[in-house]
Design a protein around this ligand. Structure first.
Ligand code: ADP
Ligand code: MG
Length: 675
């Protein structure tokens, strides 16, 4: 008996127990070795006249034997001599395949895709097998040899029988374990003898290995109908065995778009990502240079049912040399594009030893950046050229884009703001922010929006009506994230719009210049985003402002009395400049960063206990008949009436904004009192 070379026992123990997170990858490793052996032989046949494969097909065969409790992985590749067995399987961390790849690196042959590189994959077999026997015959040799081992102690090599060239790796599976008391831990090794499991593992990890992986599978067919069958004949079935290729081999992402039709992509998308609708968009590209890779990315037509659940995992599948490395590599897509599905495949990425993750995040970053840009460009194209599809997309995934701006504290606004859509109160349709800004009159300097949960109610809000009456559009925002997104953005820059001339002389000069053949001037316009119910809207003309100031001064006693009546409920009571003369009698607005709507959203959330209160301002419409009543009550020094009116005005303004009066019962009884 030979003992393993190097500090092998320790290393082997480490291999078997620590390198892999997942026992099932042993199959991927053994299939990869078989594929490498076939590639090596094929490459030799191209250059060495002594190697003639004739019409022989290079295939990999998986054979489970439930009786013997063995699983055999066979190939008809290069095979190994006794010395090869000694060198390759007796030395841990020696990779012949890596050496072969380096030696043949100039062989620009796309049929070759050597997978091995660390010289450890083979030993993953011991995660599931108590005994491993490798029977191999090198191409051109007459004698076959067998390498056998029970794991840690060492291995033996002896003469053996094998018909043709190639290798059989025969695993005797470990005994099934009883589950622990908590029902966990019981490894059922016999699952690796089941057709369904093997099929599934091949599909998951080795689907695109470019040699056929074949397995005898049990099928069922209808027996032929007997000649003398009567009318009541029931069809009979029989099962039979058939050799089936269980991997699909050709990676669709390697095909150039000229060789492939959209319906092939659609099929691949639906079967791989378990969707029943075609993708809305397919992005495929090939990158060359320091890092070569193919990417195939899909924008789904509808949100997967679990998109907004905690368990949803974003990410693209990552392949190296046609072998799956990670099913959902999260680093390849930003959170706000978490809905995309797809594949990135690269022969160049440096893998860690378990081949389950990448060694260098730098490489992932480079790929992720490029992928993100491609997705953004695709969405922009959809927005500009297929608005209907884009609106559908936005309905499904828009919330995530807005959340992306908020979660990045606005840093992602350049990337994402132009992909957002909002409902326009004036146009009665969805607009981009750029479209909103482009339609602004010359004297408008901000984007106005109202936030709340119901579009119809927002449209009827007195402040919205008065902003619309000024000729300014208002965006009606009904998603909880909207205002947080806007606050994170602070302002928005609409790029490359026709220049707006506020000043008459400048406009005329520009018109004249254009008449003389000058190009129309363009500009980027940056505007703030303004909630119609918070802060100073700056909508009033100077005269209106002055009038309001004077009214406020003349009614200082009344405003103080109202403030006193409302106590802590409001920060202050003021004369409004945002309400139309024939509009509502009063409105509640807010000062400071927190709006009433944000307060509402936050207090509906999980940390509702410590939500700060928006600083409320009760604004009174001095042109409304109610104002005269208030004035009269104050002049009569009727403080009961002042208290009643103040409370009613406050509560009804809350109602108009879609909020509950703080004490609905008190509100109701006050209304009755008034009647
Ligand atoms: P790696 O594949 O990373 O080189 P492994 O531990 O998986 O490392 O395999 C070690 C070496 O054993 C391979 O480099 C290869 O030379 C040899 N080998 C393993 N399996 C086979 C096989 N089925 N046919 C021929 N050679 C094999
Ligand atoms: Mg290997």
């Amino acid at each position: 008996m030979h003992s393993f070379k190097t500090e092998s026992k320790k290393l082997l123990d480490l291999m078997i127990n620590s390198v892999y997170t997942n026992k099932e990858i042993f199959l991927r490793e053994l299939i990869s070795n078989a594929s490498d052996a076939e590639d090596k032989l094929y490459l030799r046949s191209l250059t060495d006249p002594d190697v003639d494969l004739g019409s022989e097909e290079l295939t990999i065969r998986i054979t489970p034997d439930a009786q013997a409790r063995t699983l055999t992985i066979s190939d008809n590749g290069s095979g190994m001599t006794a010395e090869d067995l000694e060198r390759n399987l007796g030395t841990i961390a020696h990779s012949d395949s890596e050496e072969f790849k380096t030696a043949n690196s100039d062989a620009q042959n796309s049929a070759i895709d050597i997978i091995g590189q660390f010289g450890v994959g083979f030993y993953s077999a011991f995660m599931v097998a108590k005994h491993v026997r490798v029977v191999s015959k090198a191409y051109g040799d007459t004698q076959a040899h067998a390498w056998t081992s029970d794991g840690l102690e060492g291995y033996e090599i002896e003469d053996a029988e094998r018909e043709g060239h190639g290798t059989d790796v025969i695993l005797t599976l470990k005994d099934d374990e009883e589950p622990g008391a908590n029902g966990e831990g019981g490894e059922r090794y016999s699952q690796y003898l089941e057709e369904w499991t093997l099929r599934e593992l091949v599909r998951r990890h080795s689907n695109y290995v470019h040699h056929p992986i074949q397995m005898m599978v049990t099928k069922s067919r209808q027996k032929p109908k007997p000649e003398d069958a009567g009318d009541d004949y029931k069809p009979e079935y029989e099962s039979y065995q058939e050799l089936e290729t269980i991997n699909s081999m050709t990676p669709i992402w390697k095909k150039r778009s000229s060789e492939i039709e959209q319906k092939d992509y659609d099929e691949f998308y639906k079967s791989t990502f378990h969707d029943f609708e075609d993708p809305a968009r397919t992005i495929s590209f090939h990158a060359e240079g320091a890092l070569e890779y193919d990417a195939l990315v899909f924008i789904p037509s509808r949100a997967p049912f679990d998109l907004y659940s905690r368990d949803y995992e974003k990410g693209l599948a990552l392949y190296s040399s046609n072998v799956l490395i990670q099913e959902k590599c999260a680093d390849l897509v930003p959170d706000y594009y978490n809905f995309v599905r797809g594949v990135v495949a690269s022969p160049d990425v440096t893998l860690n030893i378990s081949r389950e993750t990448l060694q260098q995040n730098r490489q992932l970053h480079a790929i992720a950046n490029r992928v993100e840009k491609k997705i953004t460009a695709e969405l922009e194209d959809m927005r500009d050229n297929d608005r209907e599809a884009f609106e559908k997309f936005f309905e499904n995934f828009g919330r995530g884009l807005k959340y992306g701006i908020y979660a990045s504290y606005g840093m992602k606004k350049d990337e994402l703001a132009d992909l957002l859509l909002f409902w326009s109160a004036r146009e009665q349709k969805l607009l981009t922010l750029r479209e909103y800004v482009a339609a602004m009159p010359a004297d408008q300097h901000a984007i106005y929006y109202a936030a709340g949960d119901d579009r119809d109610r927002l449209a009827k809000m007195p402040v919205v009506e008065s902003v619309l009456a000024k000729g300014y559009d208002v965006l009606l925002c009904t998603q909880d994230v909207d205002e947080f997104c806007f606050q994170a953005m602070r302002d928005y820059t609409a790029k490359d719009l026709p220049k707006v001339y506020e000043d008459e002389a400048a406009r005329e000069a520009a018109q004249k210049a254009q008449a003389d053949g000058a190009e129309p001037e363009r500009e980027d316009r940056t505007v703030e985003l303004h909630n119609v119910t918070s802060g100073d809207l700056d909508l009033a003309t100077d005269e209106e402002k002055k009038a309001a100031e004077e009214t406020a001064k003349a009614n200082d006693d009344l405003l103080s009395a109202l403030k006193e009546a409302l106590g802590d409920k409001v920060e202050k009571v003021a004369i409004s400049t945002r309400l139309a003369a024939d509009g509502a009698p009063a409105v509640i607005t807010s000062e400071g960063p927190l709006s009433l709507e944000m307060e509402q959203v936050l207090s509906a959330g999980p940390e509702s206990g410590d939500v700060p209160r928006a600083q409320r301002v009760l604004e009174i419409n001095a042109q409304h008949p109610v104002f005269e009543k208030l004035r009269a009550a104050k002049d009569a020094d009727d403080s009961d009436k002042i208290n009643l009116y103040a409370a009613l005005l406050y509560d009804q303004a809350l109602l108009v904004e879609g909020m509950m009066p703080e004490d609905p019962v008190a509100f109701a009884s006050k209304v009755c009192e008034l009647m």
